[in-house]
Write a protein that binds this ligand. Structure first.
Ligand SMILES: CC(C)(COP(=O)(O)OP(=O)(O)OC[C@H]1O[C@@H](n2cnc3c(N)ncnc32)[C@H](O)[C@@H]1OP(=O)(O)O)[C@@H](O)C(=O)NCCC(=O)NCCS
Length: 189
């Protein structure tokens, strides 16, 4: 079955228009390890690679159990696993969270899945948690990601100059955020 999950959607899943977000499962270790070590998405992520099976297992165990890191597999509505999305909170009932996303299956880029996954997670998070803002930092030359976040409803806040070391160069990064109050106003329009 490759990366497909034949299971039916559980009621706790977040469902968007193009994708749904399912919880991590212990047997996602091999999938995640393949993705993180081989996907073209690596070129846009600031992580030290490769990840060993043990590191991946530790990452998954932590991400799946810590209330400060709600993390999901992004799945197409037809059941194909295509990436990962999650939040990082300072504390379980924090007012701020940081969003991260990677669609590891390259053939699903530029089809609106990222925008839909971001909207779906942010919408669910603002409903379920007392968050005031959800923020992220993206490399300034990652135009696809910036466009995706803007389409989803994030605003640019500013540029952190030469803040990240990426693929041998120091690069600028853009800070973006979504505010709960703006999100509610958009949703009611
Ligand atoms: C970034 C990512 C999550 C976006 O998801 P996606 O499903 O590809 O994005 P979407 O299709 O929803 O939106 C992408 C938009 O960017 C546009 N785009 C693509 N390449 C672009 C470029 N070079 N310049 C400007 N816009 C670009 C697309 O046309 C689309 O906009 P449109 O629908 O208005 O035409 C996904 O591509 C990904 O995981 N990439 C690799 C890892 C990564 O960059 N993660 C983010 C780290 S901060």
């Amino acid at each position: 079955m490759g990366t497909s999950s034949p299971r039916k959607a559980a009621p706790t899943w977040l469902v968007g228009k193009l994708v749904r977000l399912r919880p991590l499962e212990p047997n996602d270790v091999a999938l995640l390890q393949r993705w993180v070590n081989t996907s073209p998405a690596r070129d846009f992520i600031n992580t030290r690679l490769p990840f060993s099976r043990e590191q991946e297992r530790d990452w998954l165990a932590h991400a799946a159990s810590d209330p400060k890191t709600p993390t999901f597999i992004i799945q197409t509505r037809r059941g194909t696993d295509i990436g990962v999305i999650g939040l990082q909170l300072d504390e379980p009932r924090s007012a701020r969270a940081t969003l991260g996303i990677s669609i590891f299956e390259r053939r699903y880029w530029d089809r609106g899945c990222g925008t839909d996954a971001v909207r779906t997670l942010v919408d669910g998070a603002f409903r379920a948690m007392p968050l005031v803002r959800i923020e992220l930092v993206v490399l300034a030359d990652n135009e696809r990601a910036i466009r995706c976040y803007e389409r989803a409803g994030f605003a640019r806040e500013g540029v952190l100059r030469r803040v990240l070391y990426h693929l041998g160069r120091r690069k600028d990064a853009v800070v973006m955020s979504a505010l709960h109050e703006e999100w509610l106003a958009r949703a009611s329009r």
